[in-house]
Design a protein around this ligand. Structure first.
Ligand code: HXC
Length: 258
């Protein structure tokens, strides 16, 4: 596929996807979401890739769904094409980790896309918000649900109902982002973090991600049971032997990701 709205790079075991609809603050139109789905499919299928970074360009990570494209949409069209479900959720189904490196505005669908990733590293220039209500709509790609789980009901309700933005410091304070990084270092730090993750044994990385995600989908006892079964299964992998052996021999491990 010839990408118009994003750039895909491979650096070692890290796949980097950069949204480049810069002139429209990376507004998420149909073309961009189709391309993102395609790019993630390709990186997920690529055995040489262990972790992905999703970032924006210019002033924005993404300023939301494309309002101009949505302006005259009808309900039968939205229903018929399965708007949002059709091409917005690919990142939530990745088995490899995806880091959102939020470089600027992450609004509406942009904030929702960042929250679909596994964790968010924020530039000190990042701004987050669910301003849909200000343009006569409401969050539709998980904003009301994921934001409430990340930051709690009171703040999520305020953000969604008022449409106000929060800065990076507030976002870190309330648990929306894992860390703030100086703007000029954001992408390098995101790639460094992705390299660390991609250097760990791939099966354990994928199973750990699966286990943490269960914490948001099930009861504590069921989640712990899932974790226990996954943890017992690590003994089926050569990398478990290698990790222990390398520790005992005081040398760096050489993982085969098997
Ligand atoms: C389409 C957008 C856009 C968007 C910005 N642009 N956001 N185009 N959809 N979501 C375009 C502008 O039209 C403009 O293009 C260019 O990007 C630069 O934006 P400006 O508005 O000139 O910049 P600025 O004055 O700095 O204001 C920045 C901003 C503002 C505060 C972020 O652009 C804004 O409010 N954008 C909309 C944010 C939003 O409401 N997002 C939620 C969308 S709904 P031109 O061609 O004029 O230069 C959504 C979910 C819907 O995400 C769910 C389904 C119902």
């Amino acid at each position: 596929m010839n990408y118009e709205t994003l750039k895909v790079e491979r650096r070692g075991r890290v796949g980097i996807v950069t949204l480049i609809r810069t002139e429209a603050l990376n507004a998420l139109n149909n073309r961009l979401m189709d391309e993102l789905t395609h790019a993630i499919d390709a990186l997920e299928a690529d055995e040489a890739i262990g972790c992905m970074v999703l970032t924006g360009s210019g002033r924005a990570f993404a300023a939301g769904a494309d309002i101009k494209e949505m302006a005259f949409k009808t309900y039968p069209e939205a229903f018929g094409e399965d708007f949002l479900t059709r091409n917005w959720e690919r990142v939530t189904r990745t088995r490899k980790p995806v880091i959102a490196a939020v470089n600027g505005l992450a609004l509406g669908g942009g904030c929702e896309l960042a929250m679909m990733c596994d964790f968010i590293l924020a530039s000190d220039k990042a701004r987050f918000g669910q301003p849909e209500i200000k343009v006569g709509v409401m969050p539709g790609a998980g904003g009301t649900q994921r934001l409430a789980r990340f930051i709690g009901k009171s703040k999520a309700m305020e953000m969604c109902l008022s449409g106000r933005m929060m800065d990076a410091e507030e976002a870190e304070r309330c648990g929306l982002v894992s860390r703030i990084v100086p703007d000029s270092q954001l992408l390098d730090e995101a790639i460094r973090t992705a390299e660390v993750i991609a250097g760990h044994p791939q099966p354990m990385v994928m199973m750990t991600k699966e286990a943490v995600n269960r914490a948001y989908e099930t009861t504590l006892s069921e989640g712990v049971r899932v974790e226990r079964r996954l943890a017992q299964s690590v003994f089926a992998f050569a990398d478990q032997r290698e990790g222990a052996q390398a520790f005992i021999e005081k040398r760096p491990p050489k993982y085969k990701h098997r």
